[in-house]
Design a binder for this molecule. Structure first.
Ligand code: AMP
Ligand code: MG
Length: 308
């Protein structure tokens, strides 16, 4: 069966206004996502090919984005530890021009960041026109880790009147409005949830401990967070249901197989940027005349250096 990239995109997209049940999404999904073996090509080979094709498409799309100077692209990555956020960013972005793209990884906020409203630190990092900005973790941490560990709220000091479900509901509204504002002003927002299974996380954490070249990635904090798996999944479900909007949809990416996750993310991102229908700026008649004159001037031999 030929690969249908539009169908791939809609399979992962969370339709706005729906209740999400993560158990309906298989983190190890490999075959139904268009990668069924065909004519001797294994799912892995098909995924690698898609990644290659999408990278090329992304390179062209990025240049158009820069040249047309009308839009920016914000890509959000969320997922549990070891879900593959860093690796996906690295692989998907490798065909891009680094001058026009930036990656921001968000950690526990600093004292200064805690002293501001929760969206403040993200505001300063949104990409400018013509650029692609990648958030490796994002403002969604403020409705995920902070929801799972409400003691963090003590440092954020929301108004005392705000607590419980109402607080999260208000944050979802704030986020939707923030994203709406960005979208209305020319930012394409594409959000990926790398959906990893708990069993695969165990395998990856053990691999980090066993492989000397990966041990530096292991953090005891990962084990601590793993103990809250159920709470995180509940928080993710609430987030996906409440903040997948027409202007900033979520895509749930099966993340147990890295080759699948990388290929699907690259493909969806390339499709979404292409859907902006960007084109190279049209040269005005005045500029065209000036450029023709410049061309004539360049071609004229210089009397001072006739060899040119
Ligand atoms: P890592 O991405 O594995 O380097 O870890 C970064 C850590 O920072 C994770 O445990 C996140 O949950 C945490 N973090 C990121 N954003 C926030 C936030 N807004 N509030 C509290 N913790 C956060
Ligand atoms: Mg970590």
């Amino acid at each position: 069966m030929p690969l249908d990239r539009g169908r791939l995109l809609s399979q992962c997209r969370v339709p706005p206004g729906t209740r999400v049940r993560l158990r309906d999404f298989d983190p190890a999904d490999e075959l139904s996502l268009e990668f069924a073996p065909v004519a001797g090509a294994t799912p892995k080979m098909r995924a690698r090919q898609l990644l290659e094709d999408s990278r090329e498409q992304l390179g062209v799309a990025q240049e158009l984005l820069w040249a047309s100077d009308t839009h920016s692209v914000l890509v959000v990555f969320q997922g549990m530890d070891t879900a593959g956020k860093d690796g996906t960013v690295k692989h998907v972005m490798s065909g891009m021009n680094p001058s026009a793209c930036e990656v921001h990884a968000f950690k526990v906020p600093s004292a200064e960041e805690f002293s501001h409203n929760f969206l403040w630190r993200y505001w300063q990092r949104v990409p400018g026109r013509g650029r692609i900005g990648i958030f490796n973790r994002s403002y969604y941490e403020d409705v995920l880790v902070v929801r799972v560990h409400p003691e963090l709220l003590g440092r954020q000091r929301p108004r005392p009147a705000l607590s419980g479900p109402k607080l999260w509901q208000q944050r979802f509204e704030d986020i939707n409005q923030f994203e709406h504002h960005l979208a209305r002003n020319g930012t394409l927002i594409v959000k990926f949830f790398l959906n990893l299974s708990k069993a695969e996380q165990k395998r990856r954490l053990l691999e980090r401990l066993d492989d000397r070249s990966k041990r530096w990635k292991f953090s005891l904090a990962d084990l601590k967070e793993r103990a809250y798996w159920t709470e995180y999944m509940a928080a993710y479900q609430a987030v996906l249901g409440a903040t997948s909007t027409a202007w900033a949809p979520w895509y749930v990416i099966p993340a147990d197989h890295k080759h699948v996750a990388r290929a699907v993310v690259a493909s969806i991102l390339a499709e979404r940027i292409d859907s902006l229908g960007l084109s190279y700026p049209v040269v005005s008649p005045g500029d065209a005349r000036a450029q023709a004159a410049a061309r004539r001037q360049l071609l004229r031999r210089s009397p001072r250096s006739p060899s040119e």
